[in-house]
Structure formats: structure tokens, C-alpha cells
Design a protein around this ligand. Sequence first.
Ligand SMILES: [Fe+2]
Ligand SMILES: [Fe+2]
Length: 172
Amino acid sequence: MLPQKLAAAINRQIHQELQSAYHYLAMAAHFQNEGLDGFARWMELQHGEEMQHAMRLFRYVHRRGGQVHLSGLEAPQIRQGKPMVVFQQALETEKANTAAIHELYAIANEVKDYATVSHLKWFLDEQVEEEDSIEQILAHFRIAGDDASALLLLNRQLGERQPEEETEEEEE
Ligand SMILES: [Fe+2]
Ligand SMILES: [Fe+2]
């Protein structure tokens, strides 16, 4: 059984992942409205990843005999402006996600639930990847500046993103 304090913290994290997914979905809609289908696709795949993160924790709670309690999501507020501004917001979302995972990891250690500590290691690595990939995109935005053809090329490149394979962990 999961210790109560940890079960509550994992539930908060499930909410955090779902809220992030919702943010990315709103960003995808924003870019569709702007006619930037490549950026929209990238955000849509990011939405899918956050949903997978939520589901990893959702299934984990149940495997450990705990209960999931879902709470309401907030309406996402997407910053208006250049495409780069939205990607900057995405980076902030990921930094908040990283901080939340670290907090959860600390609680799992505090209550000495080492199975959860182990389960969360995947998330620690994932956050490094997530932040790094958005940092790289932001570097490309800085290089592109206000050059429309460079921005359209970037839109096309990001539109080529493929969904990641789900890892074996979830094939129960
Ligand atoms: Fe996530
Ligand atoms: Fe993420």
C-alpha cells in the first residue's frame, strides 16, 4: 500500500501532468489558428506525452493498491505574440513539471517508499529530455529571428516530429 502522504502527492502529480497536457492542447489550437500546422503538430504530440505521463502514474497508483482522485483542470492561458513566446511558455511549463517531480521524489524518499523512488527515476530522465528539446527549439527561434522563411522552415521541421514509442514499462 502507498503511504497516505505519498498517495496524495502522486495524485497531485497526475493533476499536474493532465494540466500540462491541457496547456499543450491549447497551444496546439493556438498554432492551428495561426496557420502554423507544424508547430501545432509538435504541441499536439507534446499533449500526448503529458497524457502518457499522467497514465503512467495513474496505473502505478492502482498497481500499488491506491486510489486516484481527479480534480478540475484550469482553462489554459496561452500567451499571444510571436511563436517563440509560446515555446518559452512551454519551457516554463516543463520547468514547473521538473520542480513538481523533484518534490514528489523527495516525498517518496522521505517516507522511504523505494518502489516509488525507482518508478520516478524515469520521470527525472524524461524531464531532462523535455527541457533540452525545448531549449534547442528556442535556440533555433533565436537564430531565425523575424525571418519569415526561417520561421516557416522551422514550422516544417517541427511538423516532422514523430510520436515516441511507449516504453515496455506500460506493457503490463
Ligand atoms: Fe510530464
Ligand atoms: Fe513534459
